[in-house]
Ligand binder design. Structure first.
Ligand code: AMP
Ligand code: GLY
Length: 415
């Protein structure tokens, strides 16, 4: 039995562990995991950014394969580190992870290899950014070059917005080093969709498409969050359009990274905006999405471990098998999120949910046998159905059976 380690502690990681557990042929370990992964894997309390401790864990536990959930350890080279020790790990190298860890690397790469993207200027000072805005006009998008936990993008409608944003990046240094270089970009408008591909360095296979809901409140109002819900497949994903995305975005990305000497191995997540009927890359991420994994993975029929093995050894299939129909995920969050919130609230009633509903835990913990909240996004309630509307109805029938004081969730996911 292969021993597989999954790194991370959110809903995405619970979904990864859940998919692997469905195969019933692995011994699963999660670091650090959450109260949900503890039900189907062995949680070990190691910080994903502490590479020395991770290496010790992999050696001590005899892990055969490590799968990385979040971007932070990839950006600082966890894959390179384990590979130096000849350990097997699924995810991009530090060089390849620059597609997410440096927005300017990613934009320059897209320009070089001809992947459709918004017009942009690389600006490494406030004065340069001001000049770029004067040149390109309003509205404009300012994007921190480095990782900023999904918060580094500011969309500016007016010059006052630009002044405030530049003050935040350069004077207050709200994003630290990550915000001292910016991509100043043309503001596109149109619907968004995400495409997930597994890559083996030479080729890729699309495993699903999705749409996430980034704003905190119904009607896409309120502050940006890590994601309050998701649906799959994306309603925009006709097979012709997915083929176009494969040809114009994914193929040049995989070919281009190989040509640069840093072949892309791992999950490549293309965040797209559709403008004038064409897909433009808003961002690349170098991992699965959260909460998109929670809808893409339960629809995937091809065993995930098989695909990961094929991505590591070469020889991915041209396509995967997916379940018919759709999946909807609604995030149940702590009141106050994405601002300040309390933790440690008891959660009960999960046993009252219908059997076909999946609850992926995100910020949960076990406190003396009681399930409690331990983060901003706490539970991901996932339902499936013939259509997105039917799947959403299943979720919304079930959520009220959960008793979690001081929580909130969006009522319009999939609507
Ligand atoms: P990102 O963190 O790059 O995904 O950006 C967060 C959100 O900002 C995206 O989902 C888009 O809605 C928006 N955004 C980012 N870049 C642009 C752009 N160039 N034009 C319009 N909207 C954008
Ligand atoms: N849901 C957006 C992300 O995973 O980055």
């Amino acid at each position: 039995m292969a021993k597989i380690l999954i790194l991370g502690s959110g809903g995405r990681e619970h979904a990864l562990v859940w998919s692997l557990a469905q195969e019933q042929s692995h011994d699963l370990v999660c670091a650090p995991g959450n109260a949900g992964t503890a039900n189907i894997a062995t949680n070990i309390a190691v910080d994903v950014n502490d590479h020395n401790s991770l290496l010790k864990l992999v050696e001590k536990e005899g892990i055969n394969l490590t799968v990385v959930g979040p971007e932070a350890p990839l950006a600082v080279g966890i894959v390179d580190r384990l590979q130096t020790e000849e350990l097997r790990i699924f995810g991009p190298s530090q060089a390849a992870a620059q597609l997410e860890s440096s927005k300017l690397f990613a934009r320059d790469f897209m320009r070089e290899v001809g992947i459709p993207h918004p017009d942009y200027r690389a600006c490494r000072s406030k004065a340069k950014a001001q000049a770029a805005v004067r040149d390109m006009g309003l509205p404009i998008v300012l994007k921190a070059d480095g990782l900023a936990a999904g918060k580094g993008v500011i969309i500016c409608q007016t010059q006052a917005d630009v002044d405030d944003a530049l003050d935040l990046y350069f004077d207050q240094r709200a994003f630290g080093e990550a915000g001292l270089a910016l991509s100043v970009e043309q503001c596109l408008s149109g619907p968004e969709m995400s495409v997930f591909a597994l890559c083996d360095g030479e080729s890729f296979v699309i495993i699903g498409t999705a749409q996430d809901y980034k704003r905190a409140y119904d009607g896409d109002l309120g502050p940006n969050t890590g994601g309050m819900g998701s649906i799959a497949p994306s309603p925009l994903a006709t097979s012709e359009f997915v083929d176009e995305i494969a040809e114009t975005v994914l193929k040049p990305a995989v070919d281009g990274m190989k040509a640069r000497g840093c072949p892309y191995i791992g999950c490549l997540y293309a965040g797209l905006m559709i403008a004038d009927g064409r897909p433009y890359v808003i961002e690349f991420n170098v991992r699965m999405g959260d909460p998109e994994s929670q809808v893409v993975l339960p629809l995937l029929e091809t065993p995930l471990s098989e695909l990961v093995e094929q991505a590591l050894s070469g020889g991915l299939p041209d396509s995967v098998n997916t379940k018919p129909g759709a999946a909807v995920c609604v995030v149940v969050a702590s009141e106050g999120y994405p601002g300040e919130y309390e933790k440690g609230k008891p959660i009960t009633g999960l046993e009252r949910l219908d059997e076909d509903i999946i609850v992926y835990h995100a910020g949960t913990a076990d406190r003396d046998g009681q399930l409690v909240s331990a983060g901003g996004r706490v539970l991901n309630v996932v339902g499936m159905g013939e259509t997105i509307a039917a799947a959403a109805a299943r979720v919304y029938e079930n959520i009220p059976r959960i008793d979690f004081p001081g929580s909130f969730y969006r009522k319009d996911i999939g609507g």
